[in-house]
Design a protein around this ligand. Structure first.
Ligand code: AMP
Ligand code: MG
Length: 267
């Protein structure tokens, strides 16, 4: 599979309404699952070298509407990795000290250190997403944030972090089905938040805000993929493929020891 067709080229105006949510590339679900297995094996190997090498960090940003599959990607794609080299941070409504700092403060504090893969379940993009849709701050404040975010991410990249951002793109119908499933299934109900139904009413405003946010912040150094996410297996495949390509392209090798192993005898 070639995820590059889901890559958003820099400085492109996008309209999420025109981008597919249900692509499968004529693959079947079993084929997709089989491919994911092979990719996962490769990803685990690549993460091992990435951790051992320890010269770079990798930041993965996951955004998407409620039920779009952020938790699913974390479990299915990143779950098999070595937990020692991977951490997940989830960003909720800012509280306490977070509200007394600039919006990037809490985000910067969670950025991965070298050798680590950091996965953001929501991120600073909430500050031009939900914040904009609900007018939590006025337009002249959130308008500056596209620039802040481009510059912030550029700084991270120039200082050794690799960034990949994924918008998990589902249709409004698919969201309805998933919300209903959450309500119906006692094992999923804990995930249901009555607020989600209110947010759903603002669907169009969210699509507009994210169209603009993604268009304004997809850069060569920190690109967005808009991932068709109505099919969970296809969504996983796109994210896993980008991860394997990104880590594979680094051509990292295990560090060579500064001692001669032949001259050491373990007694
Ligand atoms: P969940 O990911 O389902 O646990 O929900 C987290 C909630 O926190 C979502 O409704 C987000 O929109 C909200 N949230 C995250 N970051 C912010 C932010 N910076 N400002 C306002 N709400 C936020
Ligand atoms: Mg939720």
């Amino acid at each position: 599979m070639d995820p590059s067709k889901h890559l958003i080229k820099p400085a492109r105006n996008i309209d999420l309404r025109e981008l597919s949510t249900d692509e499968t590339e004529d693959m079947t679900k079993p084929e997709g699952k089989e491919q994911l297995e092979a990719l996962t094996e490769r990803l685990v190997e690549l993460q091992n070298v990435f951790y051992a090498d320890g010269s770079r960090a990798l930041l993965v940003v996951l955004q998407g509407m409620d039920t779009s599959g952020k938790d699913g990607v974390i479990k299915d794609v990143f779950g098999p990795l070595n937990a020692q080299g991977c951490h997940v941070d989830s960003f909720k409504v800012p509280a306490g000290a977070e509200t007394r700092h600039d919006y990037l403060w809490r985000v910067h504090a969670k950025c991965p250190e070298k050798g680590m893969i950091g996965v953001f379940n929501r991120s600073h993009y909430e500050d031009i997403g939900v914040v904009r849709v609900h007018n939590y701050v006025p337009p002249d404040i959130w308008n500056n944030r596209y620039r802040h975010i481009r510059e912030f991410e550029r700084m991270l990249v120039e200082e050794g972090t690799i960034i990949r951002k994924f918008f998990l793109h589902i249709s409004k119908d698919e969201q309805q089905e998933r919300l209903e499933a959450r309500l119906a299934d006692p094992n999923k109900r804990w995930k249901f938040d009555p607020k989600d139904v209110e947010e759903r009413k603002l669907w169009d405003a969210y699509q507009e805000a994210y169209s603009e946010a993604i268009g304004a912040t997809s850069t060569k150094y920190a690109p967005w993929h808009v991932v068709p996410a109505d099919h969970k297996w296809y969504r996983n495949l796109v994210v896993a493929t980008v991860m394997v390509q990104t880590l594979g392209a680094l051509n990292l090798e295990y560090p060579t020891p500064d001692f001669d192993p032949k001259k050491i005898k373990v007694v």
